[in-house]
Design a protein around this ligand. Structure first.
Ligand code: SF4
Length: 331
């Protein structure tokens, strides 16, 4: 497709005609002079489906380290030499304290992450007890967790868990380059099982691991089919001690990162598009532009006393001309 036709396509955006694979790759190759058209198109979709709202999530790491898997980007993987804190279960004080912050600051969601890929039924029952306790505050809770059996998923559903994060991370064909201890299709199947039980789904990927533009497009095409409620896009922050520690990230220019986020908005327009890991590095000072495309972020620096970091995040959203507000109407 010529630049003229991609220009026309962006100017006369038709949601009934989804981008083809070739057109989507072309968006990632768009010349600088077409960036305004791309941003305008993404912004129109963002305001159509999300208004000017920015959802802020708070993340608590419930289980850290000692994973049996070998995901190349991850500090918690079995092959990682990264110096990280490792624990099997975060204290109740920390977990419930964070949940209280989500409630008090009217954040959209409390995301809780657990390292690892498999869990015993006892561990799931234990997690379910803590979810039940947190749901007394009526916070929205999303759990980032490995593969669940259907029985385990039902236990968490009955406990009130709203959403599950399970990322595709990259394309099916690139997946063996970043992980060999489980497969892309295991991930897809897990998501389908969770969707069939009525869970909301959060699923996205990581950009900058050495994948091609076609890989990013293929991942987004699969996400378009899954149609998750939330699509987190992470930009690689190479962690010393991991396999990707020395990965060249010079390709991750603000322009390129923005094109990826715009493409996500174009391809999965009704989902929350979250700029997750890397936001503070790759988009520093560009928040007014960033929020024209994305409507979801994690709170930064919330560990500071009294949730000061959350207040700073809210101020940053307001200063950018957007509204930081709760996501759920029944909060
Ligand atoms: S399964 Fe999760 S915790 Fe384990 S290495 Fe992969 S990303 Fe890290």
């Amino acid at each position: 497709m010529s630049n003229r036709s991609i220009h026309t396509l962006l100017k006369n955006w038709d949601e009934e005609c989804p981008l083809t694979r070739e057109e989507a790759v072309e968006v990632l190759n768009l010349p600088e002079e077409e960036m305004d058209s791309l941003m305008e198109c993404a912004y129109a979709l963002r305001t159509k489906y999300k208004g000017k709202k920015v959802s802020v999530q708070l993340l608590t790491n419930v289980r850290s380290g000692n994973c049996t898997q070998n995901c190349a980007y991850c500090a918690q993987s079995k092959d990682s030499q990264a110096e990280i804190e490792k624990y099997k279960r975060v204290s109740d004080e920390k977990l419930y304290g964070d949940n209280d912050l989500v409630d008090e600051k009217h954040l959209a969601r409390h995301c809780i992450g657990l390292s690892g890929i498999g869990f015993s039924d006892e561990e799931i029952e234990d997690l379910a007890d803590r979810i039940r306790e947190m749901k007394k505050k009526d916070t929205q809770i999303c759990c980032s967790i490995g593969f669940l059996t259907e029985k385990q998923a039902r236990i968490l559903k009955d406990a009130g868990l709203d959403r599950i994060n399970h990322n595709l991370n990259s394309s099916r064909s690139f997946y063996p380059e970043i992980c060999t201890t489980h497969t892309y299709d295991q991930r897809v199947n897990n998501i389908k099982m969770l969707q069939s039980l009525g869970f909301e789904i959060c699923s996205g990927g990581i950009v900058g691991m050495g994948e091609s533009k076609e890989d990013i497009v293929d991942m987004l095409m699969d996400l378009r089919e899954i149609n998750p409620e939330s699509v987190p896009i992470n930009f690689l922050l190479p962690i010393p001690g991991t396999k990707l520690a020395d990965r060249d990230i010079s390709e991750l220019t603000p322009d390129y990162c923005m094109k990826v986020l715009c493409l996500a908005r174009l391809m999965v327009p009704k989902s929350d598009i979250r700029c997750a890991a890397g936001r503070e590095v790759y988009f520093k000072g560009m928040e007014p532009e960033l929020f024209k495309v994305v409507d979801s972020i994690f709170a930064s620096g919330y560990l500071t006393a009294g949730g000061q970091g959350i207040d700073d995040t809210m101020k940053m959203i307001k200063d950018a001309g957007f509204d930081g507000e709760i996501e759920s109407t029944d909060h």
